[in-house]
Design a protein around this ligand. Sequence first.
Ligand SMILES: NC(=O)c1ccc[n+]([C@@H]2O[C@H](COP(=O)([O-])OP(=O)(O)OC[C@H]3O[C@@H](n4cnc5c(N)ncnc54)[C@H](O)[C@@H]3O)[C@@H](O)[C@H]2O)c1
Length: 305
Amino acid sequence: MAEIIAVLEKAFKEKGEGRVEMPPKPGIHPRGGDNFIHAMPAYIPAMKSAGIKWVSGFPGNFQRGLPYINGLLILNDPGTGLPISVMDCTWITAMRTGAASAVAAKYLARSDSSILGLLGCGVQGRSHLEALQVLFPLKQVMAYDTDAQAAQCFANEITNRFGLEVVIVDTPQKAVTGCDIIVTSGPILKKPHRTIQPGWMDEGAFASLVDFDSYWHPQALHETTKFCTDDIPQLRHYQEIGYFQDIPPVYAHLGELVTGQKPGRETPRERTMTANLGLAMDDMATAPLIYQQAVKKNIGTWLNL
Ligand SMILES: NC(=O)c1ccc[n+]([C@@H]2O[C@H](COP(=O)([O-])OP(=O)(O)OC[C@H]3O[C@@H](n4cnc5c(N)ncnc54)[C@H](O)[C@@H]3O)[C@@H](O)[C@H]2O)c1
């Protein structure tokens, strides 16, 4: 995770300086509803990385015992265009999303943040905890999930793995008020359920909206002084198709924070937020690490084209 956070921070610097090619992601929506399959290409010259992720998100998979996110990633040789590797993208998606929130938190959260509030204890809840504990002196996690069993599994796993105190809370407010960092990672909804009310988020806290604005009352969002995102054109695209209908003005994208074009947190009292949408660049920054490790360890299968 520490390596992925470092490589993502570099990628955001490249993006902030205009050196990443990343067209908006097209998608299809089999059987309607909130199902999607997105094509996500990116080229990062400084990392000699070019490729595409073909990733699906099917909310109904939960009932079939399948992961919500699934897909494949193809890495290409930027010199010849030849495909050099085909890999699973479920793990990369989980890890890079947590890592991208950690990069945002590095610039927007208080460095002494020790209490994490987590709403949604699934795959992203786990990867966010893993990423945030790399950069912050986390001591306690306030964990909320509508599925009590999911919260309990999460608590057992995290206590064993990281030795952190996990408090399973019975209301969403207890995973917001009193927390230094808040992560909302439930389902993404076009129509937010607006559970998090104005006045819940403390002064000095930072929030990462992994499930977009689904969890937040618009007035609670408007309490933040710095509302950020990983990519403004992509945010505008989501707004055009019905998401993020009432959000504060965007203060900066992460590339601007990482390159210092705009300052991140400036006082210990301001409330800050990022709504990262998840970028093809995040995947193409991470995938070469996986490919190189696989070659080094001689794992994987050689395919003839
Ligand atoms: N922004 C990004 O870059 C990005 C990337 C990947 C996934 N996501 C989003 O992250 C979210 C979580 O994905 P995941 O793979 O962790 O899914 P998951 O199914 O593994 O976990 C979701 C968890 O949320 C719980 N939940 C459902 N409704 C809830 C509510 N109202 N309050 C609290 N908990 C609730 C579920 O019980 C489950 O434990 C999804 O919305 C997904 O689209 C965002």
